[in-house]
Design a protein around this ligand. Structure first.
Ligand code: NAI
Length: 255
C-alpha cells in the first residue's frame, strides 16, 4: 500500500486529495493544524521540523508520495504568515522528506500552486528572490513592509512553483517526480473567505473562469491523483493548470 503524506489535509483541496488517494489505496499521513495524523504549525521553523519528524516516525522513514496543499489566502492574518506557510511550509517539507521519498516505490511529490503565480509583476518582486535564496527573515519582512496580501500571495505561489521546478530537475536522478498543480478559483473555505473580504471580495467574485464557475475540490484532487500515479510516470517538472480556462483567458500567448 503506497504511503502518502498530505499537508493541509483537514480542509478543502487537501481533504479531497486525501479522499481520492485513500480510494485509490493509499495510506495517508495528513498534516494540519488540527484533525490530522500529524498536528503541526507549518508557519514556524520549529513546527515544520516537528512535522517532518512525525511524518518520518509514522512512515518508518519511507514515503511513496507527498502532496503539499497547506496554504493561506489573501485573508491571512499577515503577509508574513502567508509567505511562511505558502513558501517555507512547502520547501521545508520537500527538503525534509526528500530522503524518505528516495526510498519509496515510484515516488512522486506535488505542490499545489495557483493560477495567481502568473499575476503580472509577481516574478519581479524582491521578496521572490529572498524566498528562493531561503532567506525567511528577509522575505517575511519584505512581505509585511509591502503590506499587500494579494501580491504576497502571488509571489509565494510564483516562488514555490519555481522552487518545485528547480527541485524536480535535481530529484529526477533519484527517480522522484515532482509536479505543480495550479488551481483557479475552487469552492473551499479559503476561497469563501476571499469572496467575503471587504478589500478583495468584489474582484474575486467577478473574476470568473471561461467555464463559468469555480471548481470543486474533487476536480483538483482527481488531477493530483493522476499525477501521483504511474499513469503519469514520464511527467515531472510540469505545471498543470486546473482552472476552468483562467490561464488561457488571461495569457493566451504565454505557456
Ligand atoms: P483551505 O483553507 O480549505 O485548506 C487549507 C488547509 O491548510 C487548512 O486545513 C489549514 O488548516 C491548512 N493550514 C493553513 N495554515 C497552516 C499552518 N500554519 N500549518 C498547518 N496547516 C495549515 O484552503 P484550500 O482552498 O483547500 O487551499 C489549499 C491550497 O490550494 C492552498 O495552497 C491554496 O493556496 C491553494 N489554492 C486554492 C485556491 C482556491 O480557490 N481555493 C485557488 C488556487 C490555489
Amino acid at each position: 500500500m503506497p504511503v502518502t503524506a498530505v499537508s493541509g489535509s483537514a480542509s478543502g483541496i487537501g481533504a479531497a486529495v486525501c479522499a481520492v488517494l485513500r480510494a485509490a489505496g493509499h495510506r495517508i499521513i495528513g498534516i494540519d493544524r488540527a484533525n490530522a495524523e500529524v498536528v503541526a504549525d507549518l508557519s514556524t521553523r520549529d513546527g515544520r521540523q516537528a512535522a517532518v519528524a512525525q511524518v518520518l516516525e509514522q512512515s518508518g522513514g519511507v514515503l511513496d508520495g507527498l502532496v503539499c496543499c497547506a496554504g493561506l489566502g489573501v485573508t491571512a492574518p499577515s503577509s508574513s504568515v502567508l509567505l511562511a506557510v505558502n513558501y517555507f511550509g512547502v520547501s521545508d517539507l520537500l527538503d525534509g522528506l526528500a530522503d524518505a521519498l528516495a526510498k519509496g516505490q515510484n515516488p512522486a511529490a506535488l505542490v499545489i500552486g495557483s493560477v495567481a503565480a502568473t499575476h503580472p509583476g509577481a516574478d519581479q518582486q524582491p521578496m521572490v528572490e529572498a524566498m528562493l535564496a531561503g532567506d525567511e527573515v528577509q522575505a517575511l519582512a519584505m512581505a509585511n513592509a509591502l503590506g499587500l496580501s494579494h501580491v504576497a500571495y502571488a509571489c509565494s505561489k510564483y516562488a514555490v512553483t519555481c522552487e518545485a521546478r528547480r527541485k524536480s530537475v535535481k530529484w529526477a536522478a533519484q527517480g522522484i517526480r515532482l509536479n505543480v498543480v495550479a488551481p483557479g478559483a475552487v469552492e473551499t473555505p479559503l476561497h469563501q473567505a476571499a469572496k467575503d473580504d471587504a478589500r478583495y471580495g468584489k474582484a474575486v467574485s467577478e473574476f470568473v473562469a471561461p467555464l463559468g464557475r469555480a471548481g470543486h475540490p474533487e476536480e483538483i484532487a482527481r488531477v493530483v491523483a493522476f499525477l501521483q500515479s504511474e499513469n503519469a510516470s514520464f511527467v515531472t517538472g510540469s505545471i498543470v493548470f486546473v482552472d476552468g480556462g483562467m490561464d488561457a483567458m488571461t495569457r493566451p500567448q504565454r505557456f
